[in-house]
Design a protein around this ligand. Sequence first.
Ligand SMILES: NC(=O)c1ccc[n+]([C@@H]2O[C@H](COP(=O)([O-])OP(=O)(O)OC[C@H]3O[C@@H](n4cnc5c(N)ncnc54)[C@H](OP(=O)(O)O)[C@@H]3O)[C@@H](O)[C@H]2O)c1
Length: 241
Amino acid sequence: MEKVAFVTGGTSGIGKGIVKELLDKGCIVITCYHDNEKAAKEMKQEINNDNLIVKKCDVSNEEEVIKLFKLIKENYGKLDYLVNNAGTFIDSYIKDYNIADFKKVLDVNLIGKVICTKHSYKIMSHGGSIVNISSHLGIVPCLESAAYCAAAAAIINFTKATAIEYADKKIRVNSICPAFTPTLLSLKGWNKEEIDQKLKDTPLGRFAAPEDTSKLCMFLLSDDASFITGENIWINGGRLS
Ligand SMILES: NC(=O)c1ccc[n+]([C@@H]2O[C@H](COP(=O)([O-])OP(=O)(O)OC[C@H]3O[C@@H](n4cnc5c(N)ncnc54)[C@H](OP(=O)(O)O)[C@@H]3O)[C@@H](O)[C@H]2O)c1
């Protein structure tokens, strides 16, 4: 039977790139979105592949995630790959943070990954693979992004902790820290001047594209990476700041 993959937040940006790569490899791909139904419908139409299932599910809501895993189990009986990609961004200086916003970022970007990882274990095949999409900002700090930075940093070590535990089923768990990638999420987070500066600071002279992350993700999911677990890979075009 085909490999079965669940990619969270696959209706736009980096997640959409990962969904496309998995479909190209012949996988059955279940993905979810939060509230942009229009983008979800357009993405489904654009990709037009019977192996793609798109559902509305808030990854920070455990009940909704349980329902989605139940659907995966009932329809496919297994899960081979989990890509924890869904994320959000609400910027503010720490001294001005609305704590509800800070918690929302942690809920989606960190707890959402924890919930999906928790519920994947039982149905994931022996030898399955999990990739967590963290961020450049999990390694280097950035002004006005403390909640996002905190969640992204936590994901790197959550990945390592999960790798130790899930090794009993030979499930590998790795994370990726992409640098700035123009998407809906990142473009609303930065002004033109800040974006120009990021480009100047990137020795390879371009921004990351969703494909840079999706190709690395495919490698980490694949058997070619069968001895890699608990690892974090930073893709940054040489930008270390
Ligand atoms: N873009 C960058 O520069 C960059 C750099 C490093 C890391 N990342 C990480 O890459 C991941 C993808 O980001 P992106 O830039 O591709 O963003 P994006 O284009 O805005 O896509 C985000 C996706 O996540 C979904 N999502 C948001 N909140 C959700 C929730 N509570 N439950 C389920 N799905 C939810 C969105 O669905 P709706 O549209 O329906 O809300 C959408 O499908 C994130 O984890 C982000 O932190 C991005």
